[in-house]
Every structure is written in C-alpha cells, then in structure tokens.
Design a protein. Structure first.
Length: 140
C-alpha cells in the first residue's frame, strides 16, 4: 500500500472536520467528515444515527450530499473523525458503503491513521488501494 504525506491543506481539513464534530456532536451524531474537491472547495457533514432506528447515514454521505448540492462532483481528499474510542476525535476509515459511494466520485485520497513503530500517525492513501476491486469494475 502506498501512503502519502499529508499536506498543510490536508491537516487543515482534518482540523475543520474535528472542529465540526466538537460543535455539532449530539446523541445522533458521533462522526464528522470533511472532503476537498478537485477544484479546492470543501464540504463537511455529520452522521445521522438515531438509536431509535436501525437506519443511519454516515458522515461521509452527508459531506458528499453537500458537495453534490454545491455543484461539485469529484472528491480529491476525504477524512472522517469519530469521538468514540481512545483517543477521542481520531480519524476513522470509511466503511464499505462509503468507499463504494466515494469511488463513484473519483479516486480520492483517504486520510487514515497508520500504526507505526513510533505510534500512530496520519497519512493518506488512494481509495483504490483501500478497495482495489470496486462495484463498477464488474461492468468493465
Ligand atoms: Zn460509511
């Protein structure tokens, strides 16, 4: 797997997604997502996960919905932040459903937490590396 270093813009994206979660978290929102498009616009979203139902919507879906509503179609870089676990406010890799959705909107970098000899560090990896065989490849 080929990992890439985060840019300053990537770190700012992580910081803004974390800030959104800290201000917007609630009993139905424990994850935020941020994405940057290929034309340098940013969109963010919170998950919607009420305990009263088995249905829920990932934060990445919210951010992608905002992006499409804003007129953009291609993701350059995406990150999700969770308040659950230790440490709180850590990067969360996208679930399979979000990977499939994002793959249909480009082959973005996904910011991930990578374990290493000197602790975990933030890095990024192309979505095609996280999901080498996607749904769309079935029809090619
Ligand atoms: Zn998801």
């Amino acid at each position: 797997m080929r990992f890439a270093k985060l840019s300053e813009r990537d770190r700012a994206l992580v910081a803004r997604a974390t800030a959104l979660l800290k201000t917007g978290e609630s009993e139905i929102s424990s994850v935020s997502a941020g994405l940057r498009t290929r034309n340098d616009r940013e969109y963010h979203g919170l998950c919607v996960d009420p305990a009263s139902t088995t249905e829920g919507m990932c934060a990445e879906f919210s951010a992608i919905g905002a992006m499409v509503t804003g007129g953009d179609r291609k993701i350059d870089t995406m990150v999700a932040i969770t308040r659950k676990g230790r440490p709180a406010y850590r990067v969360l890799p996208p679930c399979g459903r979000c990977r499939e959705l994002a793959r249909g909107l480009g082959n973005p970098y996904i910011i991930v937490q990578r374990p290493g000899a000197d602790g975990e560090s933030l890095t990024k990896v192309k979505l095609s590396e996280l999901m080498p065989i996607d749904w769309s490849s079935r029809s090619k």
